[in-house]
Write a protein that binds this ligand. Structure first.
Ligand SMILES: *Cc1c(COP(=O)(O)O)cnc(C)c1O
Length: 472
């Protein structure tokens, strides 16, 4: 008999959710100019805006915070943090930073120059921005399968090794100061990278003398997928797989807000002492002394404990099962989502969900509907987020997606079922949904503050049509 995969924890401390009615949410959304970023989080019932920094900490992590030592230099909390990192990621040097992008900024400031190229499977936005800020080019080399949302493939985050070889042949290894791979591939749908692919990238980098770094944010989720899907890996402890992954690399950047199960933090790790010295000097200048970096001693304790908990296989089984559960329920009902379901989020294909709404009318604003329906907040990843060119013109994004990111250890299966029910209710009434228009926008990063209105309010049953109070 297959039994339900249960949450492998009991709840000792609870945080109440403020419940709202549909009518209240319609009014709140209108007051927020139909922008989910403008809402107050207490007006959200299930917040799936991001999995970053939203994890619930364990009793052991909170206990660790009590023994955090805040000494400026040489704190025992630093050494516990360093040991916990090295237990999984056997690098010579580890520098704490206040979050992942600080590690990226230090690394790229030191290692890259204008005119150079940094390949990755898909660069995350902050990684790309930090590389471009220094004048180098960020190149995405994910396999072709990774760009097709409907296609099933076990490792859609893999890098195309042929494209990597061609880039090196074309530009010359001397113009490629670093090669990265992001596990799991966040900007490519949270899709995993296979161990075989990481071995392949590592071998190519070694052959050409190019340092190979891992963007490690969701390393444990990636290792779990390797254990589940990669031939020959089924009987290996996840911790072993993790150690092999990092032993193939020369360093990593990490956002502890993901797979270290804490709310803030990150690190930069590497083996090369010459690079380390340069990075350490920037760290001291911009983050802090090397044994605390951008963090308090108590934060270092919480990370050390989080790293022990995140490779627990019962935790990972539950974690990936809850994402898959939502994805499979939506697929069974015919809702178009990116397949297969990734590690930390479900991506609804809003263009396929709303074929009657042209991309100029922002189908990705579909994300407003689960909010009015059930108080669920997701995030548009599409033309609103990427479509405003620096010259002020509009460029249609390759896809319009709504991301439902699942925070770690925060919600239960009944919360997830409620999410499914709400999305299915929206799906049932999808032909009545109208497009949106932008009433006001800033000159950059418009998704955070733009103001919207419904394109055709009169035809819309979910927003602005008739007395909301009657519908409840
Ligand atoms: C979140 C994230 C980062 C940046 O980390 P922050 O802690 O948000 O600065 C970098 N890369 C990937 C893949 C991420 O998911």
């Amino acid at each position: 008999m297959t039994k339900t995969i249960i949450e492998p924890f009991r709840i000792k401390s609870v945080e109440p959710i403020k419940m709202t009615t549909k009518a209240e949410r319609e009014a709140l959304l209108k007051a927020a100019n139909y922008n989910l970023f403008t809402l107050k989080s207490e007006d959200v019932i299930i917040d799936l805006l991001t999995d970053s920094g939203t994890s619930a900490m364990s009793a052991a992590q909170w206990a660790g915070m009590q023994v955090g030592d805040e000494s400026y230099a040489g704190s025992p909390s630093y050494f516990r943090f360093e040991n916990a990192v090295k237990e999984l990621m056997p690098f010579e040097f580890v520098m704490p930073t206040h979050q992942g992008r600080a590690a990226e900024r230090i690394l790229f400031e030191v290692i890259s120059k204008p005119g150079q190229f940094i390949p990755n499977n898909t660069h995350f936005d902050t990684t790309r921005a930090n590389i471009e800020a220094g004048g180098a080019a960020a190149v995405d080399l994910v396999i072709e399968e990774g760009k097709n949302p409907a296609l099933d493939h076990p490792f859609k985050g893999n890098m195309d090794l042929k494209k990597l070889e061609s880039l090196i042949a074309e530009k010359g290894a001397e113009h490629i100061p670093l090669c990265m791979i992001t596990i799991t591939n966040n900007s490519g749908g949270g899709q995993p990278v296979s161990l075989e692919n990481i071995r392949g990238v590592s071998a190519i980098c070694k052959k050409h003398g190019i340092p190979f770094f891992i963007d490690a944010c969701r390393f444990a989720e990636n290792a779990w997928f390797i254990k589940q899907r990669e031939p020959g890996q089924q009987n290996r402890p996840v911790k072993d797989i993790v150690r092999e992954i990092f032993s193939l690399a020369d360093g990593c950047t990490m956002s502890a807000k993901k797979d270290a199960l804490v709310n803030m933090g990150g690190w930069l790790a590497m083996n090369d002492p010459v690079l380390e010295e340069k990075c350490r000097n920037v760290l001291i200048l911009t983050e802090g002394f090397p044994t605390y970096g951008g963090l308090s001693g108590r934060d270092l304790e919480a990370i050390a404990q989080g790293l022990r908990e995140v490779v627990d296989e019962d935790y990972l089984n539950y974690r990936i099962a809850s994402t898959t559960y939502v994805g499979n329920k939506l697929t069974e009902a015919g809702v178009p989502i990116m397949r297969p379901v990734g590690g930390h989020a479900i991506y609804i294909d809003a263009r396929a969900f709303l074929p009657h709404i042209p991309p100029e009318q922002y189908p990705g604003q579909l994300g407003l509907r689960p909010y009015t329906e059930g108080g669920i907040r997701g995030c548009e990843i599409g033309t609103v987020m990427f479509g405003l060119a620096p010259d002020g013109t509009e460029k249609i994004a390759p896809m319009d997606l709504v991301r439902l990111a699942i925070p770690r250890r925060v919600y239960t299966e009944s919360h997830m079922l409620y999410v499914v029910e709400s999305v299915l209710e929206v799906f049932k009434n999808r032909d009545k949904i109208s497009g949106m228009k932008i009433e006001w926008q800033p000159s950059a990063l418009r998704h955070f503050t733009a103001k919207f209105s419904p394109k055709n309010a009169a035809n819309d049953v979910n927003l602005d049509n008739g007395p909301a109070a009657v519908r409840g």
